[in-house]
Design a protein around this ligand. Sequence first.
Ligand code: GAP
Length: 459
Amino acid sequence: MREKTDLMDNVVNLAKRRGFVFPGSEIYGGLANSWDYGPLGVELKNNIKKLWWKMFVQEREDVVGVDGAVIMNPRVWEASGHLKEFSDPLVECKKCHMRYRADQLGDKCENCGSKDFTQARQFNMMFKTNLGPVEHTPPIPPFKGGEREGVFLGGGVVYLRPETAQTMFTDFKQILETSRMKLPFGVAQIGRSFRNEITPGNFIFRTREFEIMEIEYFIHEKDWKKQFEHWLAEQKKWIKACGIDEKKVEYVEIPDGERAHYSKRTVDTEFRYPFGQKELYGLAYRTDFDLRNHEQASGKNLKYKDPVSSEEFLPHVIEPTWGVERTVLAVLLSAYEEVKGGRTTTTEAVKEEEIVLRLPKELAPVKIAVLPLSRKEELIKPSVKILHDLQQHWMCQYDETGSIGKRYRRQDEIGTPFCVTVDFDSLEDKKVTVRDRDTMKQDRIKIAELVDYFKDKYA
Ligand code: GAP
């Protein structure tokens, strides 16, 4: 157990110390469970999103992308069922007023030890805000035929989206017409979502704002089982591509009564985090639930017309979904390695314990570090020239301070796959040493061929 806690502590410490993730608003004492991504964190996040977009949009003919608004017409959330169903059971300690999710409650209050709680009530997790400069803008005209008419429309109340999926349903017809896609096809989106979680925590695992990468894959109903299996296999491929430890991953069938209100079948990808096995990703069969409800609520025809048979019908939907921050966490936990006794070569200093972040090359925040062996002007000049040439293609770092062993350690710790060392021989033979993070093998490469060498490595 101690070892497990250590892994979490070590990853959180590394994340803070090296600028992956900082506590948010820290100069004001922070804001509970809000996190900022630093210079390396933003690179890692961007690389995750880039890899995802490449795998699931760029490399597929049957998926197109969108980028929808965070604030949508509130009717969307009525039709989608989120106003009624997107809630968790909340209880409050009668003594100290701490609030808990009823389904995660122990036998007593964690704060004061009291066992006296209120009855559970449903707490809707959508963040509310107001549209326009005053809180009481004229109400949005009532919505014809909705059974909950008038419940939420007064006062210009709007919601921050709790999932990105709804854009893909509300814009279904426009996407179809402009992209000329034929069934089966998917629409992908990466975007920020907001949930007023009752119990956020475990570092970046559960927060109140986070990014989702998701696909609504529109199909004919008869194909749903086949397509569900296809997307489960794609999610398994993604785990591998990210270097997430497959031994810690389980695919869990979510039983009746525990699935989201729109899902007929759900398989969660769960990961064994140091704090327990919990959801990493989800895969749901949303049937035609969303398109049907939006068609009914908006009065607009959202049917698909088969170009061959002319049959008109509402497509069904398979939805694979991935959280960006949970990916960051699972990737860091999987990549983190402490090498006891240090990793040594003849040129590298011995240390008792060294950290290596074995990130896949595509995800590493820094792809290449350029290190002049000495701070002498004659080495700095060609090193900076090499840096500028490589920066045209990859995110690089330049480091001239400390011993070369120390500088290798610094790069290993942030997962940089390659270091380029410029030494005095480089001035004569016009070659540099390229060191590989994992094998620690050193290759002597011609400066003139360096870009091609790395193009091959990063192909
Ligand atoms: N459209 C489907 C949907 O939103 P979800 O399982 O509720 O499904 C998608 O959320 C993914 O977003 C999850 O699999 C998880 O990776 C991530 N996620 C959900 N809630 C989160 C939170 N509070 N903090 C960080 N990530 C979260």
